[in-house]
Design a protein around this ligand. Structure first.
Ligand code: ACO
Length: 323
């Protein structure tokens, strides 16, 4: 049975690191509030002129280097972002050009913080359908560009960055012992648009707009929906939460991550955490966390890894894989 497997991971974080204390002079907030309510200690911000495609290209190059591959080995690029350089073309095509690729497909997926989970499931389906054998799956964001710097409830939460994986076709037996992606669960419910959205766009204001969020309501949906989607994906994979070696959650808030781990009966030692150093990098947070844990050698061949995320839409989902 044809499956897809993560061959390598890569990441890129902009040089500029902003500590929580940076906000104390500008807003009615404290390092203590941000740390205790979110687990965030610092985040990276892109330099002036540095775009989402710049970050994505660096992450893609890192993943290719770690895979021991060159751009010509790749059949296509699926890139998750909500902060593209331009309305079009897709950021993925700019990465494609930056890598010197002249063949294959390149397109963007937009599911906000759940974007990487959607992109990964999408690339996996293409590989299993025989449309490609090697796909670069990227999550890249410059959320600093859509912050309202006067809204203390949102601007302290987000950061910029990019992560990438090389997804490659492999043959398996078709059971839960196979290495590679085992199952996905994707969901959206557009009735919750007003909980988390950007108040601008091409066909409305003609401006990029700013992020607006009813944080406490998003929080409640996250706690309710994330463990459920992870359990559904595990069930589809023929696995139970007891068999999970690593949870790699979307890094929005340590309290949401802990509540999800608790609902799945997973000790925090099995949870990959980057939220303290990266903040919420939206679609980039899971591939960044995968790359950090992979570089530290935490995943062993055969480990069961569960990713889960929720974001604007609302959209949420989970991918279960065996490393
Ligand atoms: N500093 C100090 N006080 C603050 C700050 C701040 N930076 N931000 C908000 N507050 C205040 C509020 O004004 C409020 O004050 P009030 O009681 O006087 O009105 C108080 O703190 C409590 O506010 P809540 O919003 O209820 O605080 P909560 O504990 O819910 O934490 C947070 C807020 C961190 C935003 C949390 O709700 C959260 O993490 N939500 C989920 C975010 C998320 O997961 N987003 C999804 C992905 S993002 C995407 O898709 C783009």
């Amino acid at each position: 049975m044809r499956r897809s497997m993560i061959r390598a991971t890569g990441c890129y974080l902009p040089d500029q690191i902003v500590e929580n204390s940076w906000f104390e002079d500008k807003l009615d907030t404290t390092d203590e509030w941000i740390r205790s309510r979110t687990g965030i200690e610092r985040r990276h911000f892109a330099a002036e002129g540095q775009t989402t495609s710049d970050l994505a290209l660096r992450a893609a190059q890192d993943a290719l280097t770690r895979a021991g591959m060159v751009a010509a080995d790749i059949d296509g690029i699926v890139l998750a972002t909500s902060t593209p350089d331009f309305t079009f073309p897709a950021v993925a095509t700019m990465v494609q050009a930056g890598l010197g690729m002249k063949t294959g497909f390149a397109y963007d997926v937009q599911a906000v913080c759940a974007g990487f989970v959607f992109a990964l499931a999408n690339a996996d389906a293409m590989i299993r359908a025989g449309l490609a054998s090697r796909v670069l799956v990227i999550g890249a964001e410059t959320f600093s560009r859509i912050m309202d710097w006067e809204d203390r409830g949102t601007c302290v939460l987000f950061g910029d960055g990019a992560g990438a994986v090389v997804l490659e076709a492999v043959e398996g037996n078709g059971d839960s012992n196979d290495r590679g992606l085992l199952a996905s669960d994707l969901n959206s419910d557009g009735q919750y648009r007003d909980l988390l959205y950007v108040d601008g766009g091409v066909s409305t204001t003609g401006t990029a707009g700013h992020l607006r969020m009813q944080g406490n309501l998003v929080f409640r949906h996250a706690v309710e929906k994330l463990a459920k989607t992870a359990h559904t994906a595990l069930d589809k994979a023929g696995l139970t939460a007891d068999e999970v070696d690593w949870l790699v959650p979307h890094q929005a808030n340590l309290r949401i991550i802990s509540a999800t781990a608790q609902k799945m009966n997973l000790p925090m030692e099995k949870v990959v955490l980057t939220v303290a150093d990266h903040g919420n990098t939206s679609a980039a947070s899971i591939p960044l966390a995968l790359a950090v844990a992979d570089a530290e050698g935490r995943f062993k061949p055969g480990d069961v890894v569960v990713t889960e995320a929720i974001g604007g839409g609302l959209s949420w989902g989970s991918v279960v894989l065996r490393w």
